[in-house]
Design a protein around this ligand. Structure first.
Ligand code: PMP
Ligand code: GLN
Length: 448
């Protein structure tokens, strides 16, 4: 039975991976699902390899009549595509950033108890009060920033909904949004749905520094906000206080907002410090800081995130949030409220574990022959494939599961112009040591 999965990558190429081998259906649920949606639109074989046929869809048709114009260029996310290819092989999956271990048992037991005890009904739209106040305590403890848990915090369904509620709450059609490239894949589509215009400013290699003059020139009368991801996915950049102060002065000058995606705030390596936008005086009333418990407590599936902003700004977030999800889940929020109050030792242990994992994978990738951009924060490493004789990250990542038994993300999906990241592949290292070691062993076997 033919099974296919659709793919419309970030650069707008629409194709379909058609799997003609007889596979076990239970292992290929995603593929089977996509098959139902797209198999009718397959035509023209692009390539053949070991029983797989990569075929082009007819045109940009069918779903385009249904999908709004603003969304059409984006297609299925790279994470879904690579996970589907990875699932077709025996892979060590270092693509989508989720741990292969669960967060502390204590948090999980608390959530389980809360579910059993109930109530299991809708809660306040802005989130449980104990969670909001725990977030406020954490902001004071780690950054010395006083936040009002009642009027300045909104709990959302992960940082993803926090970003969505914020951008949809503040953007008018025609407003300009500045994105620093590479940019995490959520910012552009949400801005596009809001009918905003995106202005990209590329961070400069090798240290992904801000091109100050170019950034200053990108600001103008139509600028509504800039999105700053710190620590940065995918490049691991940690912005300094000086850089953020420079951005703050541009925001003040142009009366623009700063939207901070700080989900990796507790993964900052080598004695660097995380500077939250809210600690920059000029941004205290201009910043929306979005974070999540997903990374800090290794529970990406719970989707407990939040937005912190001055009361006036929070009003915009709360208005849109109430019509997107209305509220989150009581039990998960109750458990995360307790987690956020964990002593400093928890956060220190998390960081030292991740520092070790980062060093393990960076040293090994360099030894295999990649040029490695050692991350200052977050849990991804960008590796340059040129020294190994490759020059196309998409081609490399599409063959990696079959050739090496490893999955990774082609980093050019984080750039608007694909050519800018074509030489870089992103590996995540939020995995147990044996997983990382096996992934490294497999890469070494294929590439050396
Ligand atoms: N922002 C960045 C930079 C991310 O890497 C991710 C992925 N975890 C998110 C936001 C989404 O976070 P959440 O899972 O809490 O929605
Ligand atoms: N943040 C994850 C990553 O960058 C992806 C999460 C998602 O698929 N939305 O790998």
């Amino acid at each position: 039975m033919p099974i296919c999965t659709s793919k419309a990558d970030s650069c707008g190429i629409h194709d379909v991976l058609l799997l003609l081998k007889p596979f076990r259906l239970d292992r290929y649920r995603t593929l089977a699902y996509n098959c139902q949606r797209f198999s009718h639109h397959c035509c023209g074989v692009l390539s053949n390899h070991r029983g797989y046929k990569v075929v082009q869809r007819n045109t940009d048709q069918a779903d385009h009549e249904v999908v709004i114009e603003a969304l059409r260029p984006f297609g299925t996310t790279i994470f879904t595509e690579i996970n589907a290819i990875a699932a077709a092989f025996d892979t060590i999956n270092l693509s989508q950033g989720f741990p292969d271990f669960d967060g502390p048992e204590e948090i999980r037991s608390k959530a389980a108890e809360a579910i059993m005890q109930g109530p299991n009904q809708y809660i306040s739209s802005i989130g449980l009060s104990p969670l909001r106040h725990a977030i406020a305590r954490k902001m004071e403890r780690f950054y010395g920033v006083a936040v009002d848990g009642d009027h300045e915090i909104t709990v959302t369904s992960g940082a993803t909904e926090g970003l969505c509620a914020t951008l949809l709450g503040i953007l008018e059609p025609g407003d300009e949004v500045i994105l620093l490239e590479p940019a995490y894949d959520t910012y552009a589509p949400i801005s596009a749905i809001a009918r905003a215009t995106i202005r990209y400013v590329p961070l400069l290699r090798p240290d992904f520094s801000i091109p100050k003059e170019e950034l200053a020139n990108a600001f103008g009368p139509a600028t509504r906000c800039i999105v700053i991801n710190n620590p940065h996915n995918p490049c691991g950049k940690v912005f300094s206080k000086e850089e953020l102060t420079f951005i703050a002065s541009l925001c003040s000058q142009h009366d623009a907002y700063a939207v901070g995606d700080e989900v990796y705030e507790h993964l900052v390596y080598d004695d660097r410090v995380h500077t939250t936008l809210l600690s920059i005086p000029e941004l205290r009333n201009r910043a929306f800081v979005i974070s999540s418990t997903a990374k800090t407590f290794s529970m990406t599936g719970w989707k407990v995130g939040y937005v912190i902003a001055a009361p006036e700004l929070s009003r915009a977030v709360r208005l849109s949030h109430q019509f997107i999800t209305f509220c989150g889940q009581a039990a998960l929020q109750e458990a995360m409220a307790a987690a956020l109050d964990f002593p400093n030792g928890y956060y220190e242990a998390l960081l030292s574990e991740y520092t070790r994992r980062r060093d393990l994978i960076c040293d090994a990738l360099a030894d295999i022959g990649f040029h490695v951009y050692v991350p200052e924060g977050a849990y991804y490493v960008l590796a340059d494939i040129k020294p190994l004789g490759f020059d196309d990250d998409f081609a490399f990542c599409r063959m990696l599961p079959e050739k090496a038994g490893v999955a990774a993300i082609p980093s050019s999906c984080f750039w608007n112009e694909r050519r800018d990241g074509r030489d870089l592949v992103r590996f995540c290292f939020c995995k147990k040591d044996p997983t990382l070691e096996e992934g490294i062993r497999r890469l070494r076997r294929w590439l050396t």
